[in-house]
Write a protein that binds this ligand. Structure first.
Ligand code: FAD
Ligand code: NAI
Length: 469
């Protein structure tokens, strides 16, 4: 096996594996080092894919359990949750996707090297192979794509059984009676929803005074209301100061974030999800002289170059949103750059989706960001209650909001809470990528009856011309 490559990528997540495929397409000889047994990184193994599999299955269960299916005549008796099959479905989704990456590696003649990679000098990656041996790969370029890891909460030990991170929350063998979620962000609300749909009493403890603090505030507010209707409870402006085990039960001590009296909450399972941190452990970056920034992310310039020539970094381990599609786009960009092209990632147009029910999706600036920047804007809003297709499906919670520059009408941000928001947001992203105005969206013919008509109507509403409201 040749040990000399054009590019060696450390990490096979969405950043690393997509970078590998694009580099191979462009004629480069590529190796990817991965310490996990399967390819695909956090996303395919313990992130995007398994979480969406559980969201999908729990949503189907809840449709029947909540009586929604019966309301439209789909009556069932003897509803039962088969936990073994529930998890097996998720496992199948993981395997299909990780095997898919394996297939793409073979197709593109990319070598997967299983072991832990370490940068040992310019153009040299040493791999501690799974079997115990060491192999040194020589390469013209190194791409660090090692992703991220769970942020720990001091004093709260994660055992992945009773006190879990997202990884343990994807594996719970039975439905906890009481689930306490620390952190009202994306993971807490997605995985909190999964277990709430299956019958858990879910309480979300959030340090700040609102959930999903980086989303548009109006959307966050509506989101919390809808989740409360579904039975999730929230303790905002609250911090967890300790989790004590007493047999199978957990006692969680919380107190107001600003100080005040402590109280104790009971839980069977605690999910810690207060963000993720870049993962650079054991990579040898310090010895190799690769600089990190103030948040321990690998420091890069606008071309993904670290301060050491020939070493690049992408994905969760560098600055920017920790999202699979952002990592993928950066992977493509680095590969194309190495091939002498001039790619570009537009960080102003990276969609963000929370796959709860309803979904929440956004792209571009929030109202708060525009106000802070002193940008004058006009806003158009359209509710799903006024959309025929949403009414047919009984999915009328939420709205679409289009924010457009007051002077030029250029779309600056789109925020959606509602059915299939994650798919609808793609239209807004394309419009923004092409520099569209709200008027451009408003004048585009949208098929009837579809949920996408809400986007057109919100764009019309920017100019006070919504037709069905
Ligand atoms: P990763 O996917 O983390 O991959 C890095 C890989 O590098 C890992 O496999 C790791 O084993 C390997 N590695 C690390 N160090 C070494 C080393 N020294 N040697 C060899 N290998 C090494 N994002 C979305 O966009 N949509 C979602 O729906 C979504 N859902 C998520 C759900 C959960 C529960 C979690 C935790 C995350 C989710 N994310 C989602 C975030 C998404 O998973 C990450 O943004 C994405 O995986 C980042 O890709 P990456 O390539 O940078 O790193
Ligand atoms: P997050 O950043 O989304 O949310 C963390 C929340 O915890 C925030 O609301 C924060 O204010 C709160 N918090 C922080 N410290 C706290 C404390 N001590 N006590 C109580 N609350 C505290 O992080 P999360 O949910 O862990 O997810 C990590 C990342 O994974 C996300 O930022 C996202 O990039 C990615 N992800 C993306 C998904 C998607 O795209 N659908 C799904 C899941 C994860």
């Amino acid at each position: 096996m040749a040990d000399s490559f054009d590019v060696v990528i450390i990490g096979s997540g969405p950043g690393g594996y997509v970078c590998a495929i694009r580099a191979a397409q462009l004629g480069m000889k590529v190796a990817v080092v991965e310490k996990r047994a399967t390819l695909g990184g956090t996303c395919l193994n313990v992130g995007c894919i398994p979480s969406k599999a559980l969201l999908h299955a729990s949503e189907r269960y809840h449709e029947i359990a909540s009586g929604h299916a019966a309301e439209i005549g789909v009556k069932t008796t003897g509803l039962k949750l088969d936990m073994k099959a529930f998890h097996a479905g998720k496992q199948q989704a993981i395997e299909q996707n990780t095997k898919g990456v394996e297939f793409l590696f073979k197709k593109n003649k990319i070598e997967a090297v299983h072991g832990t990679g370490k940068v040992v000098g310019k153009g040299k990656v040493e791999v501690a192979l799974d079997g115990g041996k060491t192999r040194t790969l020589e390469t013209k370029n190194i791409v660090i794509a090692t992703g991220s890891d769970v942020t720990r909460l001091p004093g709260v030990e994660i055992d992945e059984k009773q006190v879990v991170s997202s990884t343990g929350a994807l594996e719970l063998a039975s439905v906890p009676k009481k689930l306490l979620v620390i952190g009202g962000g994306v993971i807490g609300l997605e995985l909190g929803s999964v277990w709430a749909r299956l019958g858990s009493e879910v309480t979300v403890v959030e340090f700040l005074d609102r959930i999903t603090p980086t989303m548009d505030a109006e959307v966050s507010k509506q989101f919390q209301r809808v989740l409360q209707k579904q039975g999730l409870a929230f303790k905002l402006g609250t911090k967890v100061t300790g989790v004590a085990k007493s047999g199978k039960a957990l006692k969680v001590t919380v107190e107001p974030a600003k100080g005040g009296d402590a109280e104790t909450l009971d839980a069977d399972v605690v999910l810690v999800c207060i963000g993720r941190v870049p993962y650079t452990e054991g990579l040898g970056l310090e010895e190799a002289g690769v600089a990190l920034d103030e948040r321990k992310r690998v420091k890069i310039d606008a071309h993904f170059r670290t301060n050491v020539e020939g070493i690049y970094a992408i994905g969760d381990v560098v600055v920017g949103p920790m999202l699979a599609h952002k990592a993928e786009d950066e992977g493509v960009a680095v590969a194309e750059m190495l091939a002498g092209q001039q790619p570009h990632v537009n960080y102003d147009v990276i969609p963000n989706v929370i796959y709860t029910w309803p979904e929440v999706a956004s792209v571009g600036k929030t109202e708060e960001e525009l106000k802070d920047a002193g940008v004058k804007y006009r806003s158009g809003k359209f509710p799903f209650t006024a959309n025929g297709r949403a009414r047919i499906a009984g999915m009328t919670d939420g709205f679409v909001k289009v924010l457009a520059d007051a002077a030029t009408d250029r779309v600056l941000g789109v925020h959606i809470i509602g059915p299939d928001a994650g798919t609808l947001i793609a239209e807004a992203a394309i419009a923004m990528e092409f520099g569209a105005s709200a008027e451009d969206i408003a004048r585009t013919c949208h098929a009837h009856p579809t949920l996408s008509e809400t986007v057109k109507e919100a764009a019309l509403a920017v100019d006070g011309r919504a037709l069905h409201m």
